[in-house]
Design a protein around this ligand. Structure first.
Ligand SMILES: C[C@H](O)[C@H](O)[C@H]1CNC2=NC(N)=NC(=O)C2=N1
Length: 101
């Protein structure tokens, strides 16, 4: 799939549909909180499955009860594209099932 870098206004507009996601213009990020460490670890495994399906991969930083997901599109030199927003949308769907808040 061809990916085109989005402008900052385009990203800001798209993030209105993705609660909790923020951007610095070059990446989008979300920190999920969990009641327990295993809940966060389980979400990491689920994210890995989604990423393989989309062939698009974020940086995942799991600490005790927090998981930070940061993603941009490497193939366009590290800019935000529709591919990143699609991954964010998919994670928004699965997060509640893992007790993320
Ligand atoms: C060859 C393979 O399609 C690419 O390396 C994919 C894999 N996952 C990826 N993930 C991200 N975030 N950006 C990419 O450009 C990318 N490219």
């Amino acid at each position: 799939m061809a990916a085109k870098p989005l402008s900052r206004p385009q990203i800001d507009e798209r993030l209105k549909e993705l609660p909790g996601w923020t951007t610095d213009g070059d990446r989008i990020t979300h920190t999920y909180a969990f009641d327990t460490h295993p809940q966060g670890a389980a979400m990491v495994v689920h994210i890995a499955q989604v990423q393989e399906e989309l062939n698009h991969h974020a940086d995942l930083l799991l600490s005790y009860n927090k998981l930070t997901v940061t993603v941009n599109t490497h193939s366009v030199g590290g800019k935000v594209t529709d591919l990143d927003l699609e991954l964010a949308r998919r994670l928004m769907e699965i997060a509640p099932g893992h007790g993320a808040h």
